[in-house]
Design a protein around this ligand. Structure first.
Ligand SMILES: *Cc1c(COP(=O)(O)O)cnc(C)c1O
Length: 423
C-alpha cells in the first residue's frame, strides 16, 4: 500500500499552467528585481478588479505591501492612531490584527464575538465605544473587525455603529479574501481593508499583503509611508517617519499567477466545507461551524468544528501530559520553549486528544486561535467580554481545507474523526 502523505491545514497551490513562474521569470528577464515594477502594478490592477465586483459606491484602490501585518500597521497609521490612543479590535483573532496597534504606542481594546459568526459582537462594540469615552474622555481611533477563518462579520451593524460615532473601520479580511457580505467583497466596507498573501492564505505571494483604500489619494498616502516617506528632492529628505513595506516585484509575479486561480480556490474551499457538512451530519458531538444565513458568504479558508465537552476521544487521559517539542501551527522561525504543558486557558482535553490522534493519522488539525484578551502579553489591555470566544476556544478545532484537499481526503479525515471517538 502506498504511504499516505500528511494532509496539511492549507497549502499554497499554484496555477496548473505555472503562470506564477512565468511572471517571476519576466521580473528577472527585465531586471525588475525590486520592490516596485510591472508585476506590482499588474497585481494591484488584478486585485482592484477582484475587490470592486459588487461595490456600488465608487471604485476602491489597492496597494500591494510586504505583509498583511504591514497593511494593518499602515491603515491604523493613516487613521491617525498614535501614542496614548485606543483601538477597538476583535479579541478572537490572530495576533497580527492587534500587534500593530502596540507598534504605534496605542492600546488595543478587545471586544468579544457573537456566537453565530465568531466575529465582533456589534452590541459589545457599542458598549465598548461608549464606555471608553466615559472612562478616557476620548473615542477609540479605529475599529478592527476580523473575518475569522473567512467568515464575514456583521458588516451592516458594525458599519452603522462606526458611522454613528465617526470612528473609521479597518477591516481585517486577511483570512477573508473573496468572502462577501450581501454580495459585496470584504475589505470594501470600511475606510481600509487588509488582505494577506502569506503562504497558507487563500492565495499566496510567498509572503505579502495588500491594503484596500477608498480612493487614489489614500492609496498615494499609504504608498508614501510604505516607501520610507520621501519628499521630492534630488537627495533623501524626510518630513515623516516611513516604513519599508512595499511588495517585491518578484512576489507580485506569484500574485499575478495566483489571481488566475483565485476564484477556483474559493470555490474549492466552499466545496470542501459542503463535503464536511454532508459527512459529519450524523456524527454526534461534532458540529461544523457554518454561516448563519445567505448574507454571509464565507470563503471557508479553514473549515472549523466544535466538540461537545462530553465527547470521549481516544487517548484523552494523556492530553497535556507533556510539553510540545515541535511547534503546532506551522510555525516558521523560532518558538520559545516552555516548561509547563498547560496554561490557565486552553482547549478541552478531548480537543487536544483529537489533534494528537489526527496527527498520528497524518492529518494536521489545530485548535482555533486563542483570544487575544487571554494572551499574557495583553493582560493589562481593556476588554469587553461575553464569554463566546473563550467558550469556542475550549471546544473549537480547524481541519484541512483548500485546493490540495481532495474529496477522498475529506472522507478519510471524517473517518479518522469517527475512529477517534470512544462510543
Ligand atoms: C494572516 C493574518 C494577518 C496578517 O498577515 P501576514 O501577511 O501574515 O502578515 C492579519 N490578520 C489575520 C487575522 C491573519 O490571519
Amino acid at each position: 500500500m502506498q504511504e499516505r502523505k500528511t494532509i496539511y491545514l492549507c497549502l499554497a497551490h499554484m496555477s496548473e499552467e505555472g503562470l506564477e513562474q512565468k511572471y517571476v521569470k519576466e521580473a528577472f528577464d527585465t531586471n525588475w528585481v525590486v520592490p516596485l515594477g510591472p508585476n506590482v502594478n499588474g497585481f494591484e490592477e488584478d486585485l482592484k478588479q477582484f475587490v470592486n465586483d459588487g461595490v456600488a459606491d465608487g471604485q476602491r484602490e489597492v496597494v500591494a505591501l510586504s505583509a498583511g501585518t504591514a497593511a494593518v500597521h499602515l491603515a491604523l497609521k493613516a487613521c491617525g492612531v498614535g501614542q496614548g490612543d485606543e483601538v477597538i479590535v476583535q479579541s478572537f483573532t490572530f495576533c497580527a490584527s492587534s500587534h500593530p496597534i502596540t507598534y504605534l504606542g496605542a492600546t488595543p481594546v478587545f471586544v468579544d464575538s457573537e456566537p453565530e459568526t465568531w466575529n465582533m459582537d456589534p452590541v459589545l462594540l457599542e458598549k465598548a465605544i461608549v464606555d471608553r469615552k466615559e472612562k478616557t474622555g476620548k473615542y477609540p481611533k479605529a475599529i478592527v473587525p476580523v473575518a475569522l477563518y473567512g467568515m464575514p462579520y456583521d458588516c451592516e451593524r458594525i458599519m452603522a455603529i462606526a458611522d454613528k460615532y465617526g470612528i473609521p473601520v479597518v477591516e481585517d479580511a486577511a483570512e477573508g479574501f473573496g468572502s462577501r457580505f450581501k454580495g459585496q467583497i470584504l475589505g470594501t466596507f470600511g475606510r481600509f481593508g487588509v488582505l494577506s498573501f502569506n503562504g497558507n492564505k487563500m492565495i499566496t505571494t510567498s509572503g505579502g499583503g495588500a491594503l484596500i483604500c477608498r480612493d487614489a489619494g489614500e492609496k498615494n498616502n499609504i504608498m508614501w509611508y510604505a516607501t520610507q516617506a520621501r519628499d521630492a528632492y534630488p537627495y533623501y529628505q524626510h518630513t515623516a517617519i516611513g516604513y519599508n513595506y512595499r511588495m517585491s516585484n518578484v512576489c507580485a509575479g506569484i500574485g499575478r499567477g495566483q489571481m488566475t486561480v483565485a476564484n477556483a480556490h474559493i470555490a474549492h474551499h466552499k466545496h470542501v466545507q459542503a463535503l464536511y457538512k454532508d459527512l459529519l451530519k450524523d456524527v454526534a458531538g461534532v458540529t461544523l461551524h457554518e454561516a448563519p444565513n445567505v448574507d454571509y458568504d464565507s470563503n471557508y479558508w479553514l473549515c472549523t468544528l466544535t466538540l461537545d465537552p462530553n465527547l470521549k476521544i481516544k487517548g484523552q487521559e494523556f492530553a497535556y501530559k507533556e510539553v510540545i517539542k515541535t511547534a503546532v501551527g506551522g510555525a516558521a522561525g523560532v518558538i520559545h520553549a516552555v516548561d509547563c504543558p498547560t496554561t490557565d486557558c486552553q482547549p478541552n482535553e478531548n480537543v487536544e486528544a483529537l489533534r494528537v490522534f489526527m496527527l498520528s493519522k497524518k492529518v494536521e488539525a489545530r485548535p482555533v486561535w486563542k483570544p487575544m484578551h487571554k494572551q499574557p502579553v495583553y493582560q493589562d489591555a481593556p476588554s469587553y467580554l461575553n464569554g463566546v470566544s473563550e467558550a469556542v476556544f475550549k471546544v473549537g478545532m480547524c481541519v484541512p481545507a483548500g485546493p490540495y484537499v481532495t474529496d477522498d481526503d475529506v472522507r478519510y479525515i471524517v473517518d479518522c474523526i469517527k475512529e477517534a471517538i470512544v462510543r
